[in-house]
Design a protein around this ligand. Structure first.
Ligand SMILES: Nc1ncnc2c1ncn2[C@@H]1O[C@H](COP(=O)(O)OP(=O)(O)OP(=O)(O)O)[C@@H](O)[C@H]1O
Length: 266
């Protein structure tokens, strides 16, 4: 598979001496759906920043689309959603924030308007477009930040905690957008339930930012010992069925668990 991002031997040390990444080698193929999971402070956000070209790692290289190691040359193809939505929302209105990406990339006015209208409707932002971003609630801000990253339809999405403050209704809406995205998706999250819903491959970041495991979602998400050793718990559905069903039959998501129960009981 052609890598869209190829990271080799990344190590990162913050100026105060904290090692946040340790010898991370990770190749992300076109169209892959990956969840990067790890306990708080393991190094997920730092890895996202390094892959997104927003932090220069202390050592190692990141190569994009087999073309360049300069992320700024492929900025229009990378959609990086940072953990804190305030990092995106800096214009006078929500509309201007969402328009910013498409405008920078020279998308036609008409195409941009259509795309923004669709995203705003889907994410419940229509009545908020003319408000200043600092007058939004936490969940509204996060939805606006998601819209601003998706507005320019990047090839690769690197999403740090895309659902943090979002309620159940809009969580489903954001999930649909991420699932329907045609390119590559990498989600950085401490939630194994989210990983189970979105990913076919799971990367576990262990202590001090080293990669503890990288493999098919089913293999990783049903390996309780591995997950617990790295400060994580299996998804809820796996916790419910582990020891009851065989590893290859354990449902990974609550929806799959429900289907299983309905089949068994019905
Ligand atoms: N600017 C910084 N300066 C110094 N240390 C930092 C800085 N940012 C993060 N760290 C440290 O680097 C390590 C990795 O942090 P990072 O934010 O990448 O973890 P994370 O896995 O994303 O955590 P969380 O799940 O809490 O978001 C932690 O020990 C953290 O305290």
């Amino acid at each position: 598979m052609e890598p869209v991002i190829d990271a080799r031997a990344l190590t990162h040390e913050y100026p105060d001496g904290t090692t946040a990444l340790r010898d991370v080698t990770l190749s992300i193929g076109r169209g892959e759906r990956i969840a990067v999971v790890g306990a708080n402070g393991s190094g997920k956000s730092t890895l996202q920043l390094a892959l997104g070209g927003l932090v220069e790692p202390s050592a190692g290289t990141v190569r994009y689309f087999d073309q360049t190691t300069d992320a700024d040359r492929v900025r229009d193809r990378l959609g990086v959603l940072l953990q804190d939505p305030d990092d995106y929302l800096f214009n006078t209105t929500v509309r201007e924030d969402i328009e910013y990406g498409p405008a920078q990339l020279g998308m036609s006015r008409r195409a941009a308007d259509e795309r923004i209208a669709r995203l705003a409707a889907h994410l419940g932002l229509r009545d908020l477009l003319d408000r200043p971003p600092f007058r939004l609630s936490g969940g509204e801000k996060q939805r606006a930040a998601v819209a601003s990253v998706l507005a320019f339809d990047p090839d690769v999405l690197l999403l740090d905690e895309p659902f943090g403050a979002v309620d159940a209704h809009y969580r489903e809406r954001v999930r649909e957008l991420v699932t329907d995205h045609e390119g590559t998706v990498v989600v950085f999250t401490p939630s194994l339930d989210l990983a189970a819903e979105l990913a076919e491959r799971v990367v576990v970041v262990g202590e001090s930012g080293s990669i503890a495991a990288d493999g098919p979602a089913r293999e990783i998400l049903t390996d309780s010992d591995l997950l617990r050793a790295n400060g994580l718990r299996p998804p809820a559905a796996v916790q419910l069925f582990e020891g009851i069903l065989d590893g290859d039959e354990i449902p990974l998501t609550v929806a799959a668990a429900r289907r299983h129960l309905v089949d068994e009981l019905g």
